[in-house]
Design a protein around this ligand. Structure first.
Ligand code: NAD
Length: 319
């Protein structure tokens, strides 16, 4: 087991198997095993169950004598699923494991952007509570969120977890998702002009890549807030930067950047109405507890002759 694992899931797995626990997340410097190194480890231990989160289950790993692979992610993109399927090895996953964590982060970004939390904090730390002849109460007024409208783009696990939280703070919540019948809108263009806040929660596909560009930011009302705690690929960063620089958008909160980095001289870094976090939406201990429970329960089902609930290549179960 090279995934972080904890709680009831860990206890369940320890009752079923001899667990060798060596999680990647405790390693400094960062250690991500490639297929060769992971296969060597599997062979050295004689493991027949492999549970991973970030290590690469590719090439020689699929030639090991594994009964099951647990990938502690919603999208098991660290596993060569086609090769696992060819080898007849079921691949378990953990959809929605981090939905609550990402939704809480989305709300954190929204509050921070809307109420200038980051620059206000910096003023206190810099001893600049009185600045430019104004007291903070003069500089930092905002419209409250209660009573305003939010539009969710992508009503999946994170989108739904964000929806009830926004409703809980008194917002009217719309949603655009062509694949979810519960969404209020079938057209993104129709929804955007109604939104004081737009929050991105779609999966990245050819259809959603760059779905927020200059025309879409233009359709958002003057002063609206844009949030993206999903993936940077969903928007055109230059168009977003221009919409903020012109004053058309009121602010933005972003938890992801292409290549996981934003150059420190990027114009967004100089904007006080923008909050930037480095892909930490899902970084909660609960995410680990959730995937541990899902993967351990499904391993128990599989070993007990039942069908697992979350298997991305369920066709191998019928062979
Ligand atoms: N910041 C983080 O740490 C973090 C953590 C987990 C997930 N994410 C990201 O959050 C997003 C949502 O994850 P999830 O677990 O809710 O995934 P999910 O698969 O449960 O939901 C994705 C939703 O996108 C919808 N969708 C597909 N095509 C669409 C389109 N053209 N327009 C609008 N919606 C469309 C799907 O119907 C689905 O409801 C993903 O982009 C994921 O990568 C970020």
């Amino acid at each position: 087991m090279t995934a972080p694992f904890r709680g009831a899931g860990m206890e369940r797995l320890q009752a079923l198997a001899d667990v060798v626990y060596d999680p990647w997340i405790e390693q400094v410097p960062l250690r991500i095993l490639d297929g060769e190194k992971l296969a060597a480890k599997v062979r050295e231990l004689g493991a027949d169950i492999l549970v991973v989160e970030s290590d690469l289950v590719t090439g020689p790993v699929l030639e090991c004598d594994l009964r099951v692979i647990g990938s502690c992610r919603g999208d098991p993109n660290n596993v060569d699923v086609a090769a696992a399927t060819a080898a007849g090895i079921p691949v378990l996953n953990a959809p929605g494991r981090n939905a609550d964590g990402v939704a809480e982060m989305t709300l954190a970004l929204l509050f921070a952007v809307n109420r200038f939390v980051v620059p206000a904090d910096a003023d206190v730390r810099a001893g600049q509570v009185f600045a430019g002849g104004k007291i903070p109460y003069q500089r930092y007024r905002a419209w409250q969120l209660a009573g305003r409208t939010a539009g969710i783009v992508g009503l999946g696990a994170v989108g739904r977890a964000t929806k009830w939280r926004l409703e809980g703070i008194g917002m009217r919540v719309l949603a655009y998702d062509p694949y979810n019948p519960d969404a209020t809108h079938r057209s993104l263009d129709d929804m955007l002009p109604e939104c004081d806040v737009v929050s991105m929660h779609a999966v990245v596909t050819p259809e959603t890549t760059g779905m927020m560009g200059a025309p879409q930011f233009e359709r958002m009302p003057q002063g609206a807030i844009y949030l993206n705690s999903a993936r940077a690929a969903l928007h055109d960063l230059d168009a977003l930067t221009a919409a903020l620089a012109s004053g058309h958008l009121g602010g933005a909160g972003l938890d992801h950047f292409q290549g996981e980095q934003l150059p420190v001289d990027h114009p967004l870094c100089g904007m006080r109405n923008v909050v930037l976090t480095p892909h930490i939406g899902g970084a909660t201990y609960d995410t680990e507890a959730n995937h541990s429970k899902m993967i351990a329960d499904d391993i128990a089902r599989l070993l007990g002759g039942e069908r697992p609930l979350h298997c991305v290549n369920a066709e191998v179960l019928d062979r």
